[in-house]
Design a protein around this ligand. Structure first.
Ligand SMILES: Nc1ncnc2c1ncn2[C@@H]1O[C@H](COP(=O)(O)OP(=O)(O)OP(=O)(O)O)[C@@H](O)[C@H]1O
Length: 280
């Protein structure tokens, strides 16, 4: 089983009552979101610690993208408290501090990898005065995602995994403190998935970046420092993979998840019966 120790874990936990709160990049309290006529996020309470890789896992449609959109400030009808990097989610001052990669790679197919990055760098760092900084940022982002050999290839001619990495490189351009990645490994082969997860861990370890990464593939849970397990708009568990397995007495996070789902279903069934019994 893979175990990722988070940098600074022991130091961070040594001198505070609640380690998650004192080192949190994201704090949510009673976070609720309505989409259409449905409550998609139901009074969520959770924290995401700084400088770690946190996995947001749950089945398709459980609300992962909606939660990420709330965190980056693009989701309407959000109520409750949502603090991101010490500010309310959506605060304009957060724009340059957060990198967000959506499920669909946002790259221009008719531009090369480098031209794509040059374009976004020009938006982030406009003007002649920043020419040198732009070039440095673009070179570094291309190196970060291991695309130096494809820098002059048209994005439209890249594989799905390579295109995902171009999107990631765009998000890395501004050296964000928080990276929010929506299912970055979906559809990729096992080798590419492993390489990307290794890259995520390098970014967290080398730069202290906080990463929140969604997936509906439970084996990816084992690759995270911490997990938020979601189902039907609720957080079922917030824990490390080790503690989740231990607490639920299971061999894998997937089994722990199923165990938690069964327990939640039983609670819901009991509550429904009780409500029925108390009806006049
Ligand atoms: N624009 C919308 N209007 C109304 N409901 C929506 C809208 N977008 C999503 N939903 C609903 O919100 C719920 C959560 O969707 P969301 O995309 O957040 O889930 P997800 O966990 O990210 O799913 P997936 O893993 O398939 O991407 C779903 O039931 C979905 O039908």
């Amino acid at each position: 089983m893979m175990n990722y120790a988070a940098a600074g874990d022991s130091a961070d936990t040594a001198d505070s009552g609640d380690p998650a709160q004192s080192t949190a990049a994201i704090i949510a309290q009673s976070l609720t979101t309505v989409r259409g006529d449905r409550q998609v996020l139901k009074a969520l309470d959770f924290t995401v610690p700084t400088g770690q890789v946190t996995g947001l896992l749950g089945p398709s449609g459980c609300g992962k993208t909606t939660l990420m959109r709330a965190i980056v400030g693009t989701q309407a009808k959000v109520t409750g408290t949502l603090q991101v990097l010490g500010r309310p989610a959506g605060d304009p001052a957060l724009r340059s501090r957060i990198g967000y990669v959506t499920q669909a790679p946002s790259v221009y197919d008719d531009l090369t990898v480098r031209q794509n990055l040059d374009y976004f760098a020009a938006v982030l760092l406009p003007g002649r005065a920043h020419r040198h900084d732009r070039r440095t940022a673009v070179d570094r982002a291309i190196e970060d995602v291991d695309l130096a050999d494809h820098a002059d290839a048209l994005a439209g001619r890249l594989s799905g995994g390579q295109r995902s990495r171009v999107s990631l490189a765009v998000a890395l351009l501004g050296t964000p403190e928080l990276l929010v990645l929506d299912e970055p490994t979906v559809g990729l082969d096992p080798v590419l998935r492993r390489d990307l997860w290794n890259l995520f861990h390098r970014i967290a370890a080398d730069r202290g970046t906080t990463l929140l990464i969604s997936s509906h593939v439970m084996d990816e849970a084992e690759r995270c420092h911490r997990l938020l397990l979601m189902r039907e708009g609720e957080i079922l568990a917030e824990d490390t993979p080790d503690d989740l397995r231990r607490r639920n007495d299971t061999a894998t996070v997937e089994e722990a998840f199923l165990h938690l789902v069964d327990a939640a279903n039983e609670r819901a069934a009991r509550a429904a019966v009780e409500e029925q019994e108390h009806r006049p």
